[in-house]
Design a protein around this ligand. Structure first.
Ligand SMILES: Cc1cc2nc3c(=O)[nH]c(=O)nc-3n(C[C@H](O)[C@H](O)[C@H](O)COP(=O)(O)OP(=O)(O)OC[C@H]3O[C@@H](n4cnc5c(N)ncnc54)[C@H](O)[C@@H]3O)c2cc1C
Length: 390
C-alpha cells in the first residue's frame, strides 16, 4: 500500500487548507451556535466549495462532480472537517444521489442539471423511530396503486432531512417478506411533498440539519423503486462502484480524523504559549505524552481510513476495513478531543472556543451509519463467519 500523496493530491491539500482557514474557519462558531443551516445557506456553501470538489465530488462532471477517486475525495473531507465537520457532513450528504440511477430520462436530466448548478440537496432515509441498528425490517411502506407507489411512514434522525429536495428512502413493499421486502425509492419533494415533523438539535455537528420526516400517502412514480435497498445501490454518475455502506463509513472515519487533527493543532499551539510554573506547559512530560498519544491515535485512524479508500479505488471489497476505520476513528476522536480539553484546562470547556466543539462533534459521529457496536459485529461476522446480528 502506498500512503504517499500524489503530486496532485499534495497540491490540492496545500491549496485547500489555507483557503478553508481563511474563508470558512471564521464563520464556524457563529453558524454552529445558530444551529442547523437553512436550505439557502447550504446552497451558498455548495456553490462556494463546489469548484474544489466538495459537492458530489466522486461523480462525473455531468452531475456536477469532479471524477475524484475515494482517497482524493477523502483528503478534501479531512481538510474541511479539520475546520468544520458540520458543514462537511451537510455537503457530503447533499451531493448524494443514491438510487436516482433508475429514474426516467427526463427526471434524470432534471436532477443532473440541478446538481450541475449545485442546487440540489439530497438525503438518505433508513432509520425509523422503532428501527435503528436493525434496519432489516422497515415499517415505512410503499403500496402499488396503478402507476404509482403510495408511501406511508416516518423516518427519524435524517441528515439534511429538513432541507432536502429529494430523498432515497428504504421502504418495505411487503412486511411479510422481512429483509427481502426492503427496497429503495427515490422521492422528489417538489412533486411528491412530505413533511418535516421535527428539526433535531443534537449535541454536536449542530449546523448539520437533522430531522424527522413524515410520509402521509406520498405518491411516487412506479419507476422510482429500485430492486435493492439503499446501501447496495451505485450512486448516479459515480465512476467507481461502491457497495453497501463502505463509502459513508469511511467518510465518517475521515471526518473524525479531521477533528483529531484540529485538536492536535490547537493543543500544540496552546501548549507552547501557555506558561505555568514559569515554563511553557509544552515542556512538561505529561503534556507531551498526551500530545504524542493524540498524534499516534489520529494517524492510526488516518491509515485505517485511507486503507479502506485505497481498496475502494481498486474496486475491491472494503466492508470490514470501512467498519474498522469508522469504529476506531470516531471513538479515537472522542478520546483525542477529550485530551485537548485537558491540555487547555478550563479554557477547553468554554463555549465559543473551539475545543469543546471538537469534543461534541466527535461524540456525535460514533452513532450514524451504524454505532461502534454494530461496526464491531460487522467485522466479527466477516472474520469469524458467524453473524451475531442476523
Ligand atoms: C448525526 C446523525 C446523523 C444521522 N443521519 C442519518 C441519516 O441521514 N439517515 C438515516 O437513516 N439515519 C441517520 N441517523 C440515524 C443513525 O443511523 C441511527 O441513530 C443508528 O443507526 C442507531 O440507531 P438508534 O439511534 O435507533 O439506536 P439503537 O439501534 O436503538 O441502539 C441503541 C444502543 O443499542 C446498541 N445495540 C443495538 N443493537 C445491538 C446489538 N445487536 N448488539 C449490541 N449492541 C446493540 C447500539 O449500539 C446502541 O448503543 C443519524 C444519526 C446521527 C446521530
Amino acid at each position: 500500500m502506498d500512503f504517499g500523496l500524489t503530486e496532485e493530491q499534495r497540491l490540492l491539500q496545500e491549496n485547500v487548507r489555507p483557503y478553508l482557514e481563511k474563508e470558512i474557519a471564521p464563520l464556524v462558531d457563529d453558524y454552529e451556535q445558530r444551529g442547523p443551516l437553512t436550505r439557502a445557506e447550504t446552497i451558498d456553501f455548495i456553490k462556494q466549495l463546489m469548484p474544489w470538489g466538495y459537492y458530489n465530488g466522486r461523480a462525473s462532471e455531468d452531475f456536477g462532480g469532479a471524477n475524484l477517486d475515494a482517497k482524493t475525495y477523502g483528503l478534501l473531507q479531512e481538510e474541511l472537517s479539520r475546520v468544520w465537520p458540520g458543514l462537511c457532513g451537510t455537503l457530503w450528504i447533499a451531493g448524494g444521489t443514491g438510487s436516482a440511477v433508475g429514474l426516467s430520462d427526463s427526471d434524470h436530466r432534471e436532477l443532473r442539471d440541478r446538481m450541475r448548478a449545485g442546487e440540489s440537496i439530497s438525503a438518505g432515509g433508513i432509520t425509523e423511530p422503532d428501527h435503528g441498528s436493525d434496519s432489516s425490517r422497515m415499517e415505512t411502506r410503499a403500496v402499488l396503486d396503478g402507476d404509482n407507489w403510495v408511501i406511508n411512514g416516518t423516518k427519524a434522525w435524517i441528515s439534511n432531512g429538513p432541507i432536502c429536495d429529494h430523498i432515497n428512502l428504504n421502504v418495505t413493499i411487503d412486511p411479510a417478506l422481512g429483509r427481502q421486502g426492503v427496497r429503495s425509492i427515490f422521492v422528489n419533494r417538489e412533486t411528491s411533498p412530505f413533511e418535516t415533523v421535527r428539526q433535531n438539535r443534537l449535541l454536536g455537528v449542530r449546523a448539520w440539519p437533522n430531522g424527522e420526516l413524515r410520509f402521509d400517502n406520498v405518491t411516487v412514480p412506479r419507476r422510482n423503486l429500485r430492486a435493492r435497498p439503499q446501501g447496495e445501490a451505485q450512486a448516479a454518475g459515480e465512476t467507481k462502484r461502491v457497495w453497501h455502506f463502505e463509502a459513508p463509513r469511511t467518510l465518517l472515519a475521515i471526518m473524525a480524523v479531521g477533528i483529531g487533527q484540529a485538536a492536535i493543532d490547537a493543543s500544540i499551539r496552546y501548549a507552547r504559549e501557555r506558561h505555568q510554573f514559569g515554563r511553557p506547559i509544552a515542556s512538561f512530560q505529561l503534556i507531551q505524552e498526551m500530545i504524542v498519544d493524540m498524534v499516534i491515535e489520529t494517524d492510526s485512524a488516518r491509515f485505517l481510513a485511507y486503507r479502506a479508500m485505497d481498496l475502494q479505488d481498486k474496486g475491491e471489497d472494503s466492508s470490514w476495513q470501512s467498519s474498522a476505520a469508522k469504529a476506531f476513528a470516531t471513538e479515537m476522536a472522542v478520546r483525542v478531543a477529550s485530551k485537548a480539553i485537558e491540555i487547555h484546562g478550563a479554557l477547553g470547556l468554554m463555549e465559543g472556543y473551539p475545543i469543546e466543539r471538537y469534543f461534541r462533534d466527535a461524540r456525535s459521529l460514533t452513532i450514524p451509519d451504524g454505532t461502534t457496536e454494530i461496526q464491531k459485529l460487522i467485522i466479527g461476522r466477516q472474520l469469524l463467519g458467524v453473524s451475531a446480528i442476523s
